[in-house]
Design a protein around this ligand. Structure first.
Ligand SMILES: [Zn+2]
Length: 410
């Protein structure tokens, strides 16, 4: 088994789901192999976005087996950048103000990574505990004195936590909950480990921002859900939470921050209610818009292709960055074979491997000097600013193409 079709809505369990966007079959963006011939023949999986007619939730049509997705070839290194560090510091201030957390309270982070978020609570003398399935970040967290359980957050881990610490005061989670296979169990386990009147706050990518800004390439196999507030809040209410506060935060291309309370009342505040009403008037609820979005994206990419071919003429292109989203991007960009040569990459785990299906070699950025490229196209375009600085330092004459969110050449 390589995965399974998702036939029900992951939030409301309805079977009334419909296809909205079909990107065809593509390989897993993180499946980078050292052998070029093998990489040209890797398995492809359907990438189709579905919508639930009952609650309007968006989700993929197919779930790839997590063992395949996250096992040995998973090359994403999370390295928490400075903007995330300062974001999480402000986040902790927000939480403490809203929930009156006190010294000695117990704080648990689901998907705690290297402990950056928990450190802020630890500084305020709270007792903190992280849970994360990735081994390396857990080791880093432990080194900075933050206890971390190296595991997925499941029932067994939840029971282990309550046995050892009792019920906890606060649970937090950042950009983790769109990746999980069994979403209902995770939220139920979070509810379970909280004390009565305990709080749960989480941040999750906001699909409304994806639509608004054409960040279509954040749609890939690892992201099973594309959340917005209305279906999500119904789901949280069903589990037993009241929803206290909701905000859009400017991190990871636009995220939702939702603050919940385990008071068994299943209520929502006026502010949350207003947010939901406003959201209902957006494009997410406009079926015609959603259905034509695919066309819009394809036109955008065709436009990018025409411009790239025109400005580069007969020159070979080089790439910078091989994020997971590169596969869908290259498929839609559809430039002639052999037009793109190598891809420069900072992540050591990705270097000296090949892009699945396309077979472009991924090499260290030290090769920029050697190859003297005339054109570099930045595939990790959400980091274009930092990458541009790096390239300019090496050679000011290289022309840099940033394809999205707006085509730029200079
Ligand atoms: Zn639904």
């Amino acid at each position: 088994m390589h995965g399974k079709k998702i036939n029900r809505c992951r939030l409301c369990k309805s079977k009334k789901i419909q296809k909205v966007i079909d990107f065809g079959k593509i390989p897993l963006g993180n499946n980078l192999l050292k052998n070029k011939r093998q990489s040209l023949r890797v398995k492809k999986y359907p990438l189709i976005l579905n919508n639930c007619k009952n609650c309007n939730h968006f989700q993929l049509s197919y779930s790839v087996d997590p063992q395949i997705l996250y096992a040995k070839n998973y090359t994403y290194l999370s390295g928490t950048g400075p903007s995330m560090v300062s974001h999480l510091k402000k986040y902790s201030n927000y939480v403490i103000k809203k929930t009156n957390l006190l010294k000695d309270n117990i704080v648990v982070d689901i998907g705690s990574n290297d402990g950056t978020c928990l450190e802020n609570f630890k500084k305020k003398k709270m007792r903190v505990l992280g849970v994360d399935p990735a081994k390396k970040p857990c080791q880093v967290a432990k080194l900075r004195g933050i206890k971390s359980i190296n595991s997925f957050f499941n029932k067994k881990v939840a029971e282990k936590i309550t046995r050892k610490y009792g019920k906890v005061d606060f649970v937090t989670s950042h950009n983790t909950l769109a990746h999980v296979d069994d979403i209902e169990n995770i939220f139920e386990n979070i509810f379970e480990i909280l004390k009565k009147n305990g709080y749960f706050c989480f941040e999750i990518g906001y699909f409304n921002e994806v639509i608004k800004n054409n960040y279509f390439d954040t749609i890939y196999h690892e992201h099973l859900d594309y959340h917005h507030a209305n279906p999500l809040i119904k789901f949280l209410n069903k589990i037993g939470f009241s929803i206290i506060d909701i905000n859009i935060v400017n991190i990871q291309g636009g995220s939702l921050r939702i603050l919940c309370k385990k008071d068994f009342k299943k209520k929502i505040t006026n502010k949350v209610n207003k947010f939901l009403k406003k959201e209902e008037r957006t494009n997410l609820y406009n079926k015609i818009f959603i259905n034509t979005w695919e066309k819009k994206i394809k036109n955008l990419m065709k436009d990018a292709r025409d411009k790239i071919l025109k400005v580069s003429s007969k020159e070979i292109l080089y790439g910078y960055g091989s994020p997971t989203k590169i596969i869908l991007f290259l498929k839609l960009l559809n430039i002639p074979k052999n037009k793109l040569k190598c891809i420069f990459e900072d992540n050591l785990l990705k270097q000296n491997k090949f892009l699945p299906i396309y077979g472009n070699k991924i090499i260290g950025t030290n090769f920029i000097k050697k190859f003297k490229p005339k054109f570099i196209i930045i595939f990790a375009w959400n980091f274009a600013k930092d990458i541009r600085k790096k390239i300019n330092k090496i050679d000011k004459n290289i022309k840099i193409i940033v394809p999205l969110p707006k085509f730029k050449l200079n």
